[in-house]
Design a protein around this ligand. Structure first.
Ligand SMILES: CC1=C(/C=C/C(C)=C/C=C/C(C)=C/C=C/C=C(C)/C=C/C=C(C)/C=C/C2=C(C)CCCC2(C)C)C(C)(C)CCC1
Length: 676
């Protein structure tokens, strides 16, 4: 069977591209699509005239039976090749950089004190000089009658663009050496293999007169072809990573981009007010093949990262440190964050880092007084970040300067926690104050040893500690949504309110599952979150009796659990199932509207939220299974979900979640008359 040019594509270039595209599709953002389309376009525009020129000089020829038609001298299949290779390599870049935070590749880690910037400047400019020199040499040797024609043509055609890309993004590319090498070498190796197959089948032919005759690895692979794929994949990889650099600056350090107008400058300092639309100008630009968008990207790329002002540099280091802490202390969160688009991921790292370190500060406080001091410091921090609302007739309160913020941190917050505070300060333009206040109220509840008396106390507590965090995440997702409208209609505002309510409910549900899993562990730490009145046989409330009908009448339950406080172990006679099941039923109640609300989140975040929620719900599922099997003998051990099962659930949610598989309540308790 003759291997026509279309067959080469159908058999060898389309399938891997389709597979990679399908793997990536749940994670693709508008920006990614734009990057891919841009590269396919520019590859075609840049390569077509050059290809016409080398075909004209017969550097390469194609068998007439192998092509279906031509545009000028160039076969249509060849034009398709420019496009498909761009998509293939762009997908490889996206895949290998999926777990990255591109902001961290903006500048090398600050080591002891001030580092010399000379080596980095040298590395940024030296390759440009080398590329341009080689391009000039290529121009000299690219005479049509010489055996160096094809090699020379590749050099003068590709190397000036490589030099340009290196000048724009070389510093960021250098800091991602593994990702860069993989993105270039994997498609290069594969396309060389395809090339060998096509050359052997006679689909196309490289002229002996205009090539050096050297081969690489295989006898059938001319060195020029290997170099050709190496440089084209380098062009695509450098281009993709340079876009990443621009986005990292726009998303994380918009203040360093030259401000053009006073209005724009004001926007940078604006704090989020509920539903005011998108606050930051730099993030507001909608991706598109428009001059305005590209001029914004170029402005970002013109920033000298090594010359970042100290406060910006400090934030970059804070991000690095917070990410390091999360990667060691919270592996599952760290892994789960890969599912989110990078613009959201940085904010989620900042949020989670802040929650984690503030929780640790409270947990490790050595006395109730120091606990109170920490709580007060947290509130003072919020006052600095969110000046009180401006009242008519009074002087408008101004935001604290970065000097004031640093001075506050230095005085009141232990050094290891400071990076997380610094990062969180960057979120105030996207997340309003109220969920942070709620979180602090939750900390206070724990720190002051307050008791959970009623079901509504339990729900309020769960809203404070978990619902608040879920709402913060939703705010971060909206802000990073590049497809969101710039001003919101009244329907969009009510939709957002509904989503925020559902996010709060989801936080409550997940916290209830957490409590159900950790009853024993919490009791050993002196914390009991089961409402006290669930133990009270004398006055069972309607809702409690419907939720926990089985063993509330057992005389010794209340005593046993509360006696565990301060003792070394919890009695084995405690009937855990009597409290775990109602807690799970209550969680189901709060999950009722969650699935629908997830569908209203920015599309690029839906897979991540679904996967994170679903894998958490698996804990509830495992608890239920244990209770179904063991009944009243269930001993309250901390159930875990095996990593394989978790991975499966995540994959299923990311790739196959249909409406009936999305996170939702299992069943509705008979009586769900909870106050909340
Ligand atoms: C020839 C030949 C062939 C093939 C072909 C092909 C396949 C091609 C491809 C090609 C390609 C695939 C190319 C590519 C290119 C690319 C480029 C050229 C790029 C550029 C870029 C840029 C320039 C960018 C820039 C930027 C950024 C990055 C950011 C923002 C801003 C700006 C826009 C500035 C064969 C083997 C068949 C046979 C023999 C011969």
């Amino acid at each position: 069977m003759l291997l026509t040019y279309w067959r080469v594509h159908l058999l060898f270039t389309c399938p891997p591209t389709a597979i990679l595209f399908t793997i990536l599709s749940p994670f693709l953002t508008q920006r990614d699509t734009l990057r891919i389309v841009f590269h396919a376009l520019i590859a075609t525009v840049w390569t077509f005239p050059w290809d016409t020129y080398i075909i004209h000089h017969k550097a390469w020829t194609y068998a007439p039976w192998a092509v279906s038609g031509t545009v000028g001298l160039v076969p249509v299949e060849e034009i398709f090749f420019f496009i498909i290779q761009s998509i293939l390599t762009a997908c490889v870049v996206l895949l290998v950089t999926l777990p990255d935070l591109p902001a961290l590749a903006l500048a090398p880690k600050l080591t002891s004190g001030k580092r010399s910037v000379r080596p980095s400047r040298l590395l940024r400019w030296l390759p440009c000089v080398v590329f341009l020199t080689l391009a000039a040499y290529g121009w000299r040797i690219a005479e049509p009658i010489r055996s160096t024609f094809y090699l020379g043509c590749i050099a003068w055609w590709a190397l000036p663009v490589l030099a340009f890309l290196w000048a724009l993004g070389g510093d960021a590319i250098l800091l991602r050496p593994v990702q860069t090498c993989l993105s270039i070498l994997l498609p290069t190796a594969y396309l060389c293999l395809v090339d060998v197959i096509a050359l052997r089948a006679g689909t196309w032919h490289i002229s002996e007169a205009t090539s050096t005759g050297h081969t690489f690895i295989s006898r059938d692979l001319p060195t020029e072809e290997a170099i050709f794929f190496l440089v084209t994949n380098s062009l695509l990889t450098f281009g993709m990573l340079t876009f990443d650099k621009a986005y990292a600056i726009l998303d994380n350090f918009p203040e360093v981009i030259a401000r053009r107008s006073l209005a724009e400058a004001r926007q940078f300092g604006k704090t989020a007010t509920p539903f005011s639309g998108k606050p930051s100008q730099a993030r507001m630009a909608r991706p598109g093949l428009t001059p305005a968008y590209f001029s914004l990207l170029i402005r970002a790329l013109r920033v000298d990262v090594l010359g970042f002002p100290p406060s910006t540099r400090a934030r970059l280091e804070a991000l690095r440190e917070t990410r390091r802490i999360l990667a060691t202390k919270s592996k599952s969160f760290h892994a789960a964050s890969f599912i989110f688009p990078t613009a959201v991921r940085t904010d989620l790292v900042a949020l989670y880092g802040f929650c984690r370190v503030t929780d640790d500060l409270i947990d490790h406080a050595d006395s109730p007084e120091s606990c109170k001091k920490i709580l007060q410091s947290l509130r003072d921090w919020l006052d600095l970040l969110y000046p009180p609302a401006h009242r008519p007739g009074t002087k408008s309160p101004s935001k604290a300067s970065s000097f004031e913020l640093s001075a506050f941190l230095y005085k009141h917050i232990p050094a290891p926690a400071q990076p997380a505070f610094l990062l969180m300060a960057n979120l105030t333009s996207r997340i309003p104050r109220y969920p942070f206040d709620d979180l602090i109220a939750g900390y206070e509840h724990d720190a002051m040893g307050r008791q959970v008396i009623t079901t509504s106390d339990l729900i309020r507590y769960s809203r404070w500690v978990a619902g608040s965090v879920a709402e913060m995440c939703v705010w971060a997702m909206w802000e990073a949504d590049d497809g969101a409208p710039h001003s919101l209609s009244s329907e969009a505002v009510s939709e957002r309110k509904r989503v925020l309510k559902a996010a709060g409910d989801m936080g409550v549900a997940l916290q209830l599952i957490n409590i159900a899993r950790d009853i024993q562990e919490d009791a050993l730490r002196g914390r009991i979150y089961i409402p006290k009145d669930w133990f009270d046989e004398a006055t069972p409330t309607t809702s409690v009796s419907s939720l926990a009908p089985v063993s509330l009448t057992r005389p010794s339950h209340r005593q046993m659990l509360f006696e565990a406080d301060g003792q070394s172990q919890v009695s084995n006679e405690f009937v855990y199932s009597a409290y775990v099941s109602p807690l799970l039923a209550l969680a189901d109640h709060y999950l009722r509207h969650v699935g629908k609300a997830i569908d209203s989140l920015p599309v690029s975040c839906q897979a991540g939220v679904r996967a994170a929620t679903r894998s958490y719900l698996e804990i509830g599922h495992s608890l239920r299974q244990a209770i179904e099997l063991e009944g009243e003998d269930f001993d309250g051990r901390r159930v875990t979900v095996p990593p394989r099962r978790r991975l499966l659930v995540v994959l299923q949610q990311v790739y196959f979640a249909s409406n009936d598989q999305r996170p939702r309540a299992r069943s509705r308790p008979a009586d769900t008359a909870h106050e909340d």
